[in-house]
Write a new protein. Structure first.
Length: 72
C-alpha cells in the first residue's frame, strides 16, 4: 500500500521509498525515511496535497510523491 492509498486519520510506518534521484532526495529531506511513522491528517478531495505529521512536524506532500512512499 502507498501513502496515497492510506486512510485519513491513520498512522502508518514507511517500509520503502520507490522514487529516484531528486524526487527521492526531496522526500528524504522532509524526514521521511524507512521505519518512520506518519500520521495522515487530511487529504484534499480533488487535488493536492496530502497533509501529514512526521516526527512532530506538519508537512504537505503532493499526491505524486505520496504514491512513491510504500507504507504498512
Amino acid at each position: 500500500m502507498t501513502l496515497k492509498e492510506a486512510r485519513v486519520g491513520s498512522t502508518v510506518t514507511v517500509t520503502k521509498l520507490t522514487g529516484t534521484g531528486a524526487v527521492k532526495r526531496r522526500i528524504m529531506d522532509m524526514g521521511i525515511t524507512k521505519g518512520v511513522e506518519i500520521h495522515i491528517r487530511k487529504v484534499a478531495p480533488l487535488g493536492d496535497p496530502v497533509e501529514v505529521t512526521v516526527r512532530g512536524y506538519e508537512l504537505s506532500l503532493r499526491k505524486e510523491d505520496a504514491a512513491m512512499i510504500q507504507v504498512q
